[in-house]
Ligand binder design. Sequence first.
Ligand SMILES: [Zn+2]
Length: 242
Amino acid sequence: MRTLLATELPDIWERGERQHPLDRAITLLATACPEKERDELVHLSIGQRDALLFALREMTFGREMQAYTECPACGAQLEFKLNIEELLRGYRTLDGNGKITRLNSYNIRFRLPDSADIAACINSGSIDTDKELLKRCVLKITHNKKIVAFDDIPEATLSTLIARMAEADSLSDIQIALSCIECNHKWTMTLDILSFLWEELGNQVMQILYQVHVLSRAYGWFEADILAMSSWRRQYYMNMVT
Ligand SMILES: [Zn+2]
């Protein structure tokens, strides 16, 4: 993995803004992880993908994340810090062979959903995308040593299976427990590293483009030449003209 360069960030941003978040994550990682094939990235589970996004975030902006939210009860603005090392502690996932879980006397082997599975479910037009996703990821079901069809599993068992899948891929659903300092209301917030990192990168792109605007007006330099400078040097020239 490597950091994203100022010369490529505006293009990545422009492309990613028009994409579905599933594709946006792959756009980011395809540039940051040239050692991985695109197909390999698409078939990472969501937790595995997000582990890479956390690593990219740490490499780009550091380990500490400054987060903001609003209390759903009183509307107070809440500011808090998250640490990537702590979030990734105890990280669990599965390899491609999946896992067998026993639920209500059914033995179910499943693999973890990946970006391609989720995209296929969205595009299928199914009204029950959770069930569609499970159907794709359940590899084998036996009951009293006999093979059972997916459609014959009770609905309640399927609901538990969704929870088991999320537990098996611990970064796929990160819940942060919060407490309001104003009214003491307690709630949990989902942490989506993709949207968090995308917003930070967006701010960085806006800052870089502003520098291009100022420096090209002041010196007549071309965008490509300004982007190719180190951030230190861009800032140095910025200090002289502003
Ligand atoms: Zn509150």
